[in-house]
Design a protein around this ligand. Structure first.
Ligand code: SF4
Ligand code: SF4
Ligand code: FES
Length: 528
């Protein structure tokens, strides 16, 4: 360890730590542009200048490593005035178009100028004009705003390791460009350059003009587009998910997410939701409420003798939902549970951070389904495989699979057919009970990723009508049948997962925290 003084505080940090990182340990944020913890440091923006006692000139904090006995001032008059000069230099060309810039509200330049910049600009010359460029994929480049930090170039060459971006020309004519108009189309991780561009020079076409940053609510969640389980934030407004951003978790995805996961969110906003429980009398008609629906359902079950259960689960359901389904099936006398999951042709690794891979399994929770002894069926496009369920004459339960490929006579022979979903489906038309459930974007819970890491998500959207989390509905049913406890909250439902499935028994809801906790059993995914 190295001991030094930063801004009057004694600090002890590992050898090799930079001053910029060491300053963070006492809560001192040194302005910086080109530095990013996930990439090399070229020390080219000079915005992180600090004063090191005994050094003959201001030092860039992002590349200067700490030394024993060093005395550093990041907030002294001298350090601030050095940075003020650098900031003024940036504003020579950067247009102050914050009111229309897509980055306004989360722009470092705005924040730094506000915190440390000159009160009034002295610029008289017209600013340079580069205009815009379509970089292909989801990226628009606003050249006038670029501060030439080269984070985007370094991301493509060091992290994605696909050298599509470069700096062309020199001096004040320097500009970021793609080679021979090749563009970013077809690359798999390029959305990250919008996140790491510290100003509004790179913007997402998908998000452009949708909302201002300060109008968005950020909700911690987990990507549901493959079994990697990247940590994300859902940015929502007007009860719609407007975009997805990565949430830092060095154990899973660091600062990155893939383009496929980033843009696969519109389904969370899809309308035409099931929003009230329906029970069949002559035809499917409205039930008076949850109490009546569940009571009627239990009466129907009581009228059935010794019937076997066949259930279809969804790998998009949470650990809590899947465990609750399992316990309902057990409470009804036991039976088989199957699930279907899409698989991609190939895995897509992020070469510069190889533990992050867009996994073959394109669902978030197939691992938990496997651990709960559910059987994967069907093809790689999540179709087929339900023949024995479709014509079953006992109890049929479907949770979360909207059965898009199934015939309209699905479940016709069932003694009792219960469909729990977010959307209606032709194959649900024979159901005796249709029960509306929330999506993961509307409720709290956990998923288990490909390596058995249990990760927590929160609800970002208000659930429609009378829809409820599946664990609440199924938990109420199994409690009635087995005189067990009623789950009052997601933590109760999670505790029951540990009681039912030994692999989860060593983890409490608190252990999961914001970084996840790995279950006490190695996992291998069916179909991988
Ligand atoms: S486009 Fe953004 S990330 Fe790339 S060099 Fe310019 S300011 Fe930096
Ligand atoms: S790698 Fe998988 S979990 Fe991560 S963002 Fe992409 S699709 Fe989502
Ligand atoms: S962040 Fe240190 S020089 Fe750019």
């Amino acid at each position: 360890m190295v001991n030094l003084t930063i801004d009057g505080h004694e600090v002890s940090v590992p050898r090799g730590t930079t001053i910029l990182e060491a300053a963070k340990t006492i809560g001192s944020e040194v302005p910086h542009y080109c530095y990013h913890p996930g990439m090399s440091s070229p020390a080219m923006c000079r915005l992180c200048l600090v004063e090191v006692e005994g050094a003959p000139k201001p030092m860039p904090g992002c590349v200067t490593t700490v030394m024993d006995g060093q005395v550093v001032n990041t907030q002294s008059e001298q350090a601030k005035s050095n940075r003020q000069g650098v900031l003024e230099f940036y504003l020579v060309n950067h247009p102050l178009d914050c009111p229309i810039c897509d980055m306004s509200g989360e722009c470092d330049l705005q924040d730094y100028v506000h915190a440390e910049g000159r009160e009034h600009g002295r610029g008289r010359e017209p600013k340079r004009v580069f205009g815009r460029d379509d970089f292909g994929g989801d990226i628009l480049f606003y050249g006038d705003r670029c501060v030439m930090c080269t984070r985007c170039v370094r991301f493509m060459s060091e992290v994605e390791q696909d050298h599509r971006l470069t700096v062309v020309e020199r001096g004040n004519r320097s500009v970021i460009d793609t080679f021979f108009d090749e563009g970013l189309e077809g690359t798999n991780w390029h959305g990250n350059i919008v996140d790491i561009c510290p100003v509004g020079a790179l913007v997402s076409k998908d998000f452009l003009h949708k909302a201002r940053a300060w109008d968005l609510t950020h909700t911690p969640s987990v990507c549901t587009s493959c079994s990697q389980g990247c940590n994300i934030d859902l940015h929502s407004r007007d009860n719609l998910v407007q975009r997805i951003k990565p949430r830092e978790n060095l154990d899973v995805n660091a600062w990155w997410i893939c383009d496929y996961g980033r843009h696969n969110y519109e389904w969370m906003n899809q309308g035409n939701r099931l929003d009230e429980p329906l029970a069949r009398v002559d035809s499917l008609s409205e039930a008076s409420g949850w109490k009546d629906a569940l009571k009627g359902l239990l009466d129907r079950v009581d009228g059935l003798d010794n019937v076997s259960v066949k259930a279809v689960a969804s790998p998009f359901s949470s650990n809590e939902d899947l465990a609750a389904l399992s316990s309902v099936v057990d409470a009804l006398g036991g039976g088989d549970i199957v699930y279907r999951s899409s698989a991609a042709g190939d895995e897509v690794p992020l070469k510069g951070f190889p533990q992050l891979v867009r996994r073959k399994d394109l669902s978030p929770n197939a691992t938990a389904a496997d651990l709960m002894n559910m059987t994967r069926v069907g093809a790689d496009d999540a179709s087929g495989g339900l023949e024995s369920v479709a014509g079953h004459d006992g109890i049929v339960i479907v949770l979360g699979d909207s059965l898009p490929d199934q015939p309209v006579d699905f479940g016709e022979n069932a003694g009792l057919y219960i469909y729990l979903g977010t959307h209606d489906s032709p194959a649900a038309s024979n159901a005796d009970y249709v029960l509306p459930v929330t999506s993961h974007a509307e409720s709290e819970g956990t998923f288990t990723n490909f390596e058995g890491r249990v990760q927590h998500f929160d609800g970002a959207l208000q659930a429609p009508g009378m829809s409820r989390p599946a664990w609440l509905i199924l938990g109420a049913l199994s409690a009635e049948r087995s005189s067990g406890d009623i789950f009052r909250c997601a933590a109760d439902a999670f505790a029951s997962v540990g009681k039912q499935v030994p692999a989860f028994s060593g983890i409490s809801y608190d252990d999961v925290g914001s970084r996840g906790a790995v279950i006490n059993e190695s996992v291998s995914l069916t179909g991988d």
